[in-house]
Design a binder for this molecule. Sequence first.
Ligand code: LLP
Length: 384
Amino acid sequence: MIDQRAIEKFKNLETPLYYYDMDLLKRTLELCRRELDKYGYKAHYALKSNINKRILALIKEYGFGADCVSGNEVMWAYEAGFAPEKIVFAGVGKTDKEIRQALEIGIFSFNCESTAEISIIDELAGEMGKKANISLRINPDVDAHTHKFITTGKKENKFGISLNKLLETIEAIKNCKNIELIGIHFHVGSQITDIDVFATLCEKVNVITAWLKDNGLHIKSINLGGGLGIDYEHPLENPIADFEKYFATINKHLHLDEGQEVHFEPGRSLVAQCGALISRVLYIKEGDNIDFLILDAGMNNLIRPALYEANHDIINLTSSEALHTYDIVGPVCETSDKFASSKSINGAKRGDLIAILSAGAYGEVMSMRYNLKDIANHYYSDNL
Ligand code: LLP
């Protein structure tokens, strides 16, 4: 993922920096596209995972649409050239301004999360003389077996319309003149590595579509969201998510009627492994029990370990010394600013270049200026 030529270039660059392997991204997209096409599935890339324009351009080239969760993301996708009829817009708290923007450009679907939201979309669409395509985001009460902060499909989560409220929501839509119900939408969580979760989701979706049909509703589009996990433990050995198994599982378990479309919203599985956060060792501090490796990158650059106790593999790019065990930390004044505890990497010295791997998704896009730190630059393998 990071070759010697890239390492030589990093030596002359200010760190921390984000580095993207465009060849790996291409291979990932190719494989995902091939597996989608096998079954005639459609996909909208979840912009929230990485919004870099070069990355978006490549993803668009492979025929993906865009999954957005704010008006700014909708406009960002539109300006990046994603066709409006391939843009979906989710989120529990869409503002009037955001709804108007999306109506203006004419997106494929608002993925709606409550009757209150649907009636506002109806009202705003009416004012603008437009018809809004909507899908119902349903909370299927499926446990994604992932970290609780990225679990979205349990009934106690804020997302989606509860199964108990489905009938009354459908009744309410009948009174909306400016709404067209085109689909149903699900997203039960992120970094899902237990493939059975998707089988369970499909079983639930089958029950829901059968029930909707009994109630006279033919649903054209079934959107199963994103969530496919990646291998954070062994990113170098296993750099591409298992799209083959994922889509085969869906194909096996999901019942479809004639003409029904299946949509997905992959984010992490497309972009996580192509990105790395590159940092320099500032200091090595001897602790009582363990040595601290103090980096110039911190939770301001990559918040995942602090926020979700996430594990990212870490390698020393410029040392072949014997392995040594460190607590690897950043410079931010927070105890949670720690990338790894008791991590074995090649023995380090000041100035060594350290790569924190699998950082392409929810890395740069979640960075912030806490402690008034600078936002890191980013570089791509094909124009370093
Ligand atoms: N669709 C919807 C409606 C979503 O909310 C998300 C992610 C996705 C698709 C894409 O899911 P993915 O394929 O990337 O798992 N910041 C967290 C992840 C938050 C995910 C939020 N929603 C992290 O760093 O792990």
